[in-house]
Design a protein around this ligand. Sequence first.
Ligand code: DGJ
Length: 332
Amino acid sequence: MKRVLFNIILFSIAFLYIGNTKAGNCNILLGFDNINAHGGNIIKYENFYYLFGENRNNKGVVKNINVYKTSDFCSWTFSGNAFYSNNNHNIGASGIIERPKVIYSVSKKRFYMYFHHELPNTGYNSALIGVASSQNIVGPYKYIRSFRINPGVLPRHTKNINELKYSDFFKRDFHKGQMSRDLTVYQEGGDVFLISSSEDNSTLIVSQLDSTLANLNGNYNRISPHGYNEAPILFKEGNTYFLITSGVSGWKPNKAKLYKSKNLLDDWVYVGTPIRSSKSNINTTFGGQGAFIFKYNMDDYIFLDSWDSENLSKSNILIKKVYWENGNPYLK
Ligand code: DGJ
């Protein structure tokens, strides 16, 4: 009798646990509601996938970067604050940290986190790239530095600043360095590139990091000058690079854009919108703004933030599978 009772209790506990983790209903495309990790990325390390993202409080402010882990995209474990703001360094408690992206450097055997950093009380005008690093994937990440990009350096193949199109903001910031807001990071072998919204969000800039991984090496280019792009997602398929971006409309969703190139640092071409769906889904990118792309079971998926502009902490995450036709990616 005791044994039967024990089995009933065990069965009930197991049932409750399964119920809570969506098992049986587990589908990566469901997205998730209770995860506070926005604008970030996922990296696979050993047997787990780690999701990093902005932890927004109910005033919408990001005080730290959350990390969650999963092996199956069904059950997620909160693994703590990977990186947090405090008053002891430039990451002032009233500053802004957005769009964290984590990579692993094989040569340094360390994890590096890059993020959009605004100093306290500067609104969105300091426009810096912040760098932090950790030996453990879940942190704590130690702050290294923040900087404007490419001060006093002209883009590739440019001899004179007057050759550049739409260069008012570029010229304004030439000596102190260009702005860097929404960003992503792209790794190819030992080379690491940062792609960020610059020049008052009018132009994207792709810059190569030097071997310290905390500084740029001066090799960079402007993408889509005056194209007004945010939320860049960069990936490679075959020998072509693709860039999916949003337009610029604050926290309100807009139409996604697709660009492609054979060379990361040159010649990007606008393809069109990568969304195939109803007019309203095309115009709002399914109500989301892209954060990052990653591979799971041989397929590519894009994570989008479905921002709740009234209360950013209530924003959701949308997940869309990437489909291909005639060599171009699309979402449906
Ligand atoms: C949209 C961006 O993509 C977000 O990361 C954030 O910078 C907001 N704009 C700020 O308005």
